[in-house]
Design a protein around this ligand. Structure first.
Ligand code: ATP
Length: 576
């Protein structure tokens, strides 16, 4: 396929926010793609070169692309900078300054390979080399193509297509909607849409059904539902495993001989963050190849006390990890086994996975199985829960004994139980920031007084507002927030945001923050969960409880349906 053809599809996708139209456009695109092109087409449409767990980035900043555009267009750097100031969009800048170019009709594969070469260029003088490679690429394409290449290389393509839309369109393109669950399962166990699509084209749906968990490819993580009390949990699950809920980093560890890979909640590679856990896995976990999951958190080596998330988060660094691991050692509580020595365990019952997990971990001071009791008595859960809370943990997670590992799903196979303080919601809410307000009074000095928070509606793949949040931020946080948000500011409300409120500055839906509130209320002001009378849900007295959740992407914000469930549960008696 010619890259110009792909560009035309991008133009059509950009022009619509209707999901049904997106399905049609994408299905048409996928139908016309060859098996050699399809994975590249998908990655490029996702605005990347490979899935994020590969950690491949172009390494092109706005400063660098300005120089490449200047070189390719023969315009002065000043002129490029000025055009960027006016439009705020590097795509429009390159389109404008390279206007009239015809290009050499490069193929998708050629452009993909050039971009990959740019990304892989490292070492000394790599900055200059990257700039000249990118300038050369610009010189070979038309201005329409340049627009999307510019956005791609700085990570701002953002066509607003969610993974479910890709899966739906892929099944529409190559069969019918019945393919969707099989494709979805394959995606959940490899996190690579390009690989799924290519396998479909090369081997048909039979090939997809045969796809297995692979060490090195992250598995989309299972998530918890919530219920307000131990009685509800036992009623729902019967006899169940009750585990301590640790508040640290979720880590999925992949071991292949001495090679260890670790992935975060949002499937990014985090291996560099946990050297002592990697070493302990090699030494104390008896398996050639395996995938286990657990929670890593800082602890006091002398007293054994587990430390709060605010302390553990200090381990989130790129450099100086070895020293930090001595200062702030981690413990790893393993809670699941997903793969062991060529056997996929995800389909096996939890009780069996857990027994095997315990069997392969030799006694040591770093990795241990999570604390657990098995019971059918709510009183035991209360006791277990109180004990975890007394030790500063977050609460408990109940697990259905006969359930498989629900890759990529939030369901009642796992149920979390957290403390609810008097007059507070029993759980925090993760909202995506879709805009901010300049603020009044003392706050005007920071240029930001609060943010507009939205939850995710996975049916329409849009963000629906739920609250304006101005409390809970320190002055430093407000300053940092403004600077981060200004980098992703938009001239208009994003097409995937549904809001009646008018933010002073709209931003790309990208950052998630955790918010606590007194309660959920019904309100005509917000679009989350809006009924036919125009009444949605809102947070009463919301306040931020931390800074940006780097382990969550925009679509990992709480969903509208979760908010409705929380609203229903709020009416019931809750634990506390
Ligand atoms: P999400 O479910 O979207 O991750 P969240 O980030 O608000 O939401 P919670 O739902 O409160 O997190 O809790 C789920 C998280 O709890 C898991 O992702 C995991 O990191 C952590 N966790 C701690 N202990 C356990 C355990 N024993 N079993 C499973 N998860 C645990």
């Amino acid at each position: 396929m010619k890259f110009l053809t792909l560009t035309e599809y991008f133009e059509r996708l950009e022009a619509t926010s209707k999901r049904l139209e997106m399905f049609d456009i994408l299905a048409e695109l996928f139908k016309s793609a060859s098996s050699e092109d399809i994975d590249k087409i998908i990655y490029l449409s996702q605005g990347q070169l490979l899935p994020p767990f590969h950690g491949l980035e172009t390494g092109i900043s706005e400063k660098l692309i300005e120089r490449a555009i200047s070189e390719a267009s023969n315009e002065s750097l000043k002129r490029v900078q000025q055009a960027y100031k006016e439009t705020g969009d590097m795509g429009l800048v390159s389109e404008k300054l390279m206007h009239g170019r015809k290009g050499y009709e490069l193929t998708v594969r050629q452009v993909y390979e050039e971009l990959t070469d740019i990304a892989m260029t490292g070492g000394s003088k790599s900055v200059e080399r990257k700039i000249s490679m990118l300038a050369n690429l610009f010189k070979g394409v038309s201005s329409r193509e340049a627009k999307y290449i510019a956005r791609l290389v700085i990570g701002k393509l953002r066509l607003g297509i969610g993974d479910p839309t890709f899966l739906e369109s892929l099944s529409l393109a190559h069969g019918d909607r019945e393919l969707r669950p099989v494709l979805e399962r394959a995606y959940n166990i490899c996190c690579d849409l390009g690989l799924v699509a290519r396998t479909l084209l090369e081997q048909g749906i039979e090939g997809i059904a045969k796809m297995r968990v692979n060490v090195g490819y992250p598995i989309r993580m299972a998530l918890c539902e919530r219920l307000p009390s131990p009685e509800d949990i036992i009623e729902k699950m019967g006899r169940a495993a009750i585990e301590a809920k640790y508040d640290g980093f979720r880590v999925q560890c992949h071991k292949d001989g001495d090679k260890i890979d670790m992935f975060s909640r949002n499937l990014e590679k985090t291996t560099h963050m946990f050297p002592e856990i990697a070493a302990a896995i090699i030494k104390y976990v008896c398996a050639k190849k395996m995938i286990i999951e657990g929670e890593a958190l800082a602890y006091n080596e002398e007293s054994g006390e587990l430390l709060p998330f605010q302390v553990t988060i200090q381990r989130k660094r790129k450099h100086g990890i070895e020293d930090l691991s001595k200062e702030l050692p981690l413990k790893f509580f393993a809670f699941d086994l997903l793969f062991l020595d060529d056997e996929d365990y995800t389909g096996r019952p939890f009780a069996e996975r857990r027994a095997k997990l315990e069997a392969i971990i030799a006694e040591n001071s770093i990795i241990e199985p999570s604390e657990m009791v098995i019971t059918e008595n709510p009183a035991d859960i209360y006791r277990f829960f109180d004990n975890t809370i007394a030790r500063g943990l977050e609460g408990a997670v109940a697990k259905r004994l006969d359930a498989p590992y629900s890759a990529g799903a939030r369901n009642f196979n796992w149920i979390k139980l957290k403390r609810s303080y008097k007059g507070e919601l029993s759980d925090t809410v993760d909202v995506c920031i879709v805009g901010y307000f300049v603020g009044r009074g003392a706050r005007t000095k920071f240029g930001i007084g609060g943010i507009l928070g939205a939850v995710y509606d996975n049916k329409s793949e849009t963000f629906k507002t739920i609250s304006k949040i101005g409390s809970g931020f320190s002055d430093e946080e407000l300053i940092e927030l403004k600077s981060l948000l200004d980098k992703i500011a938009l001239k208009h409300k994003h097409k995937n945001v549904d809001s009646d409120m008018k933010a002073d500055v709209w931003v790309e839906p990208q950052y998630v923050i955790t918010v606590t509130a007194d309660e959920l209320t019904r309100s005509p002001m917000h679009t989350a969960g809006r009924d036919k009378d125009g009444i949605g849900y809102a947070l009463r007295f919301p306040r931020s409880t931390g800074f940006i959740r780097t382990d969550k992407k925009a679509v990992d914000a709480n969903t509208v349906s979760e908010i409705i469930t929380m609203f229903e549960q709020q009416k019931k008696v809750s634990i506390g």
